[in-house]
Design a protein around this ligand. Structure first.
Ligand SMILES: Nc1ncnc2c1ncn2[C@@H]1O[C@H](COP(=O)(O)OP(=O)(O)OP(=O)(O)O)[C@@H](O)[C@H]1O
Ligand SMILES: [Mg+2]
Length: 234
């Protein structure tokens, strides 16, 4: 059984089909959703997480129909999303932020999350005082605190320097090794693709490719629609 099944999902804003009849399923550890600006990546992630609902199509998670469920119900079923724009509780410490989201109150779990997200040293710092690079790490850690079966990440390395991005990708690689399954929306292909098993590519709302990372670079539609665009190298 697939972990995630997306079937014929469509969502328009006015006359603009942000996500247009998209279907794919996911049985692997890590899936990347890629595509140029405005391709519909965030909209698709919102549809999967339940923060938006499709006008057509259906979504199943672990075999269960989740198409019209609200995000908190989907989170209880084991799927949560982090945000492209970071939003911590700025007057709480890093550790307090995680405790708020933590499913189990166990300190061991939070200790592990701080470690894997690279936040152990700043666990006592106020979130509002963290530099952007560490806020991106906190956003990842908040998602992990819920102990999801599937973690949806919207541009986890967006806005980071190359060195910061490398550190975060190392965290994602460690998470993958410890069995955390992820869907990652990202622009920076050369940095993110080493972590992923399969790729879904969108262009103007349509799915133009679904396959392995190796097939991705060979695909003619991808080369025309995406690799030809300015951001191809990340
Ligand atoms: N809430 C909204 N209201 C109206 N239009 C929207 C809304 N959200 C997205 N859109 C439009 O839908 C299309 C897809 O947007 P989306 O944010 O999903 O793209 P994206 O692939 O995440 O882009 P980016 O790489 O810039 O984050 C765009 O044309 C966008 O303007
Ligand atoms: Mg987006």
């Amino acid at each position: 059984m697939s972990l995630l099944e997306v079937e014929g999902v469509t969502r328009s804003f006015g006359g603009n089909r942000a996500v247009d009849n998209v279907s794919f399923d996911m049985a692997v550890d890590t899936l990347a959703i890629v595509g140029p600006n405005g391709a519909g990546k965030t909209t698709l992630l919102n549809l999967i997480a339940g923060s938006l609902h499709p006008q057509a199509g259906s979504i199943r998670f672990n075999g269960q129909e989740i198409t019209s469920l609200p995000p908190w119900r989907i989170a209880r079923l084991g799927m949560v999303k982090t945000y492209q724009v970071v939003r911590p509780f700025r007057t709480l410490t890093v550790e307090e932020n995680l405790a708020l989201f933590s499913k189990k109150r166990g300190a061991a779990n939070i200790g592990w999350i701080l470690e894997v997200a690279g936040l152990t040293e700043v666990r006592g710092h106020l979130a509002g005082a963290l530099p952007f690079g560490l806020l991106k790490r906190l956003e990842l850690a908040k998602g992990l605190a819920v102990q999801p079966d599937l973690l949806l990440l919207d541009e986890p390395i967006g806005g980071l320097s190359r060195a910061e991005a490398q550190g975060l990708v190392a965290s994602l690689t460690a998470l993958k090794s410890s069995g955390v399954r992820m869907v990652v929306v990202e622009h920076r292909l050369s940095e993110i693709l080493p972590v992923v098993d399969r790729v879904v590519a969108l262009d103007r709302g349509r799915l133009i490719f679904h396959g392995t990372r190796e097939e991705f670079f060979q695909d003619p539609a991808v080369r025309t629609a995406y690799l030809g665009s300015a951001d191809a190298a990340g």
